[in-house]
Write a protein that binds this ligand. Structure first.
Ligand code: FES
Ligand SMILES: [Fe+2]
Length: 338
């Protein structure tokens, strides 16, 4: 196993749960970016993600904290905190403590997923989480797709950047996913924090075909290092969401969601069964990547072939904007190790 040399505190949106895991009134415990967090859903439906420790005497709100209307109440002395982390009630005093706040984290629910914004310097979000439907500007919505099939793998020793690098790694498809021929990238747009990658790919036929004759492909949108959504065309209509979230300095949780397009059919039950089987096939292919990533050691600088150079250089340069700027001491330390 190799601890990633890249910072595990990148800036961006990161998935921390699926919406359905946190019903109204629920308090959900989690650890991300080395912090103990709770997510809780008010009676109004509003979801809050905040640090887990009560600012009074430090009880962990994930163990016995409960939602009362639109606030969370600490199990230790009953202090109540609102969705901005403000104390709104001390049950045995006339006034709340107006000065103390529990740190809250910007949260977005989209595509049945819960994303939080992470930035070590506390900057506000400067890009949006890509939407697996509206992001592709084709008027699609979840109604056109069967419910999401998902995969959740916890605490793997990998880094979000490994996963993103798939987006320029044309050579792995043939070996990891057994595509008959090597795909071709038709778009690499790494100008903004949200980047775009398109490629022509087929899983059908033999190795005698030419990629120029292939009429299927994938479009991908990367929202920073944490979230990537894809849309396929020319094959079984599917969309995917890949989300990788650092838990601590050496591990990440990986979440993967697949939507299969609905098609009119004289036998809807059978069509749905077929869709479910195809979703499992997409998940199986994704786990082939996970098996590589979770044992990989980040290679820097990598031994790239001529045709790999441009894509990998573009994505690694793009990735740099999401890492905290190293302090003077860290830079000295790094140069000593080289
Ligand atoms: S520790 Fe939370 S109310 Fe006292
Ligand atoms: Fe892959």
């Amino acid at each position: 196993m190799a601890k990633p040399p890249l910072s595990m505190k990148p800036t961006g949106w990161f998935q921390v749960a699926w919406s359905a895991e946190i019903g109204v009134g629920a308090v959900h415990r989690m650890t991300y970016f080395g912090r103990e967090l709770v997510a809780w859903r008010a009676q109004s439906g509003l979801l809050t993600v905040m640090d887990a420790y009560c600012e009074h005497l430090g009880a962990h709100l994930g163990f016995g904290g409960h939602v009362e209307g639109d606030v969370i109440e600490c199990p230790f002395h009953g202090w109540q905190w609102d969705h901005e982390g403000r104390n709104v009630c001390i049950p045995y005093e006339k006034h709340p403590n107006r000065g103390r706040r529990i740190r809250t984290h910007p949260v977005v629910e989209r595509n049945e997923s819960v994303y939080i914004w992470h930035d070590v310097d506390g900057r506000s979000p400067f890009f949006e989480v890509p939407d697996v439907f509206t992001g592709f500007g084709d008027d699609s919505s979840s109604a056109d797709y069967y419910p999401q099939a998902t995969l959740f793998r916890e605490r793997l020793e990998l880094h979000p950047q490994y996963v993103l690098e798939n987006g320029v790694d044309f050579a792995h498809f043939k070996f990891v996913h057994q595509t008959p021929i090597v795909p071709v990238f038709t778009r690499h747009d790494f100008d903004e924090p949200v980047s775009y990658v398109d490629f022509t790919i087929t899983f059908e036929g033999d190795d005698g075909q030419s990629i120029e004759d292939v009429n299927s492909g994938v479009e991908a949108i990367n929202g920073g290092l944490g979230v990537a959504v894809t849309k396929s065309w020319g094959m079984v209509d599917n969309r995917t969401i890949t989300a990788v979230t650092p838990v601590d300095d050496s591990t990440c949780d990986v979440r993967f969601g697949v939507y299969i397009g609905r098609r009119s059919s004289s036998d809807p039950a059978k069509a749905e069964q077929r869709a479910q089987a195809f979703a499992q096939e997409v998940i199986r292919q994704f786990t082939q990547d996970v098996n590589i990533w979770q044992h990989q050691r980040y290679s820097d600088p990598p031994a790239l072939s001529g045709s790999e150079y441009e894509g990998f250089t573009a994505i690694r340069t793009w990735a740099e904007q999401f890492y905290p700027i190293p302090t003077h001491d860290q830079r000295i330390q790094k140069s000593r190790h080289q």
